[in-house]
Ligand binder design. Sequence first.
Ligand code: PXP
Length: 237
Amino acid sequence: MAKLNVNIDHVATLRQQRLGREPSTFKAAKIVEASGAAGITIHLREDRRHIQDFDVYGIRKFIKTKLNLEMAVSRDVVAVALKVKPHWVTLVPEKRQELTTEGGLDVYGQKKKLKAIVKIFHEKKILVSMFVDPDQKQVKASAEIGADFIEIHTGTYADALTQTAVDKEFLKIKEAAVTAKLLGLRINAGHGLNYENVGRLRKLGIIEEFSIGHSIISEAIFTGLNTAVRKMIRLVK
Ligand code: PXP
């Protein structure tokens, strides 16, 4: 049975718009755990546009499930990760100007550097996942450098506009997952997944955990708006 890991960066994005305290990522993480998710994902970006260092340290302290820290291989963020010791880190590429992560990490092209990073995390007993496109070359390279997991980038599948394109991307994910399994990697998947497109991937039966953020937080606005408005009406009446 696949598990859900909820990415709460989007809560921090809203908070950072006002540079205030609301909405609280701690409160969000507690509700996510209480709702049955298997873990929390946060992405400490180099530009700190949403998650801040105090979010990472704070959430790590009280989390009862598992913390997945997404991060680029930058000196400053690696230092935070080694101090915080999340259950696992997911290495992602990062571009300053992008709205969100735009694609998988080029593991194949950076094998030497990434193998050394994996070793550093393993020495601290932190598992390592590589966020990769559903590309055989990248999956094989992830196994070669000793990664524990891959997280298959599902963004292209999620954004595909025609059924033919969706099917083509689905097949790539399936083939990447099968190869990863044969190589002994554990398999997660995420990016752009929503209530409509996740089911087909779940049915593959070999994806351990789905990392989903945007669609859950979007849905939460509408499932929670009614209660929030009623609560304020009681106070202003
Ligand atoms: N996995 C990775 C590596 C990501 O960068 C993101 C977005 O921060 C997600 C999963 C979650 O994507 P979404 O917010 O589209 O569900």
